[in-house]
Design a protein around this ligand. Sequence first.
Ligand code: KG4
Ligand code: ZN
Length: 333
Amino acid sequence: MAITILAIESSCDDTSAAIVREGVVLSNVLASQEVHRDYGGVVPEIASRAHQIHIVPVVDQALRKAGIRPDEVHAVAFTKGPGLIGSLLVGVSFAKAFALSLDIPLIEVHHLQAHVLAHFAEDPKPSFPFLCLTVSGGHTQIQIVRDYLDMEVIGRTIDDAAGEAFDKTGKMLNLEYPAGPVIDRLAAQGAARFEFPEPQIPGLDFSFSGLKTSILYFLKKQVQESPEFIEQNLCDICASVQARIVSILMKKLLLAARTTGIKDIALAGGVAANSGLRMALDQEGKRQGWNTYIPRLEYCTDNAAMIGIAGYYKFQKGDFSTQEAAPVARWEP
Ligand code: KG4
Ligand code: ZN
């Protein structure tokens, strides 16, 4: 039997469904919610309502694209958390109803574990054990990945996530939400000539709140002296902020590689789409003799394919959920 899984992701503002057969992605459909741009961030209530509108057509399209009938699906994998509870609730309820109607099992998936397993969507795949720097809008952590479902978090942010640092800087600069991709694009045309301080956090943990404050005070002071400062220096400010965020991430990744002796190094999560970070990993990898792995953009940002891959490995272990399954906003893996 070729195990066929319908996967649902709805933890934040993207509704996604995928069909994964024997660990191979047959379809991966995504509906993004543009509406949050007007508010400068995700509005949970609006996100939840938009998921309700998108979920049925997105699942329908995922089945059609894969050429799979509903009765050919063996299990439904869904994101249980962490995430926005109202958003998760839509995906979990849909998954439960779909599974109940076909009398097939449910598989609950941890969103961050799934980001790591996005590496198994395509070749080249990392070999175990590897280190994964998972950087998204809500999380920043380094995991030792010993097996598909055996991961240990060895470093995490003590305050903001790296994606938040991008998005909050964007708000200060009056950029569109999410600001990560915008800053990335503008940074490519600028020079990192403004120096922002590096946090002094011991060990493998991260901190981004001090950086956020220093950017705010820097901009306030410069704008007081010259009201046109931001408009005139936008690309250089973006390049400087991006360079500092990337250097904070790379410093800890280097330390993690040194302390564990692991040379297979991977990036995951939405911020892994950042060209500065991708380039920095590539260059450091060449210097250190690492094998580096970065998923294609489609598999870095939120997507259901990664949920389906996690679901596939859980299916093999017989790790099923029940109709009692409920979403969780926070979830330590
Ligand atoms: O993993 P993801 O899609 O959703 C969460 O689970 O949070 O990550 C979204 C985050 C946002 O903060 C967004 O600004 C950031 O990823 N992001 C980027 C880039 N593309 C997305 N940050 C920097 N550079 C990018 N190119
Ligand atoms: Zn994510």
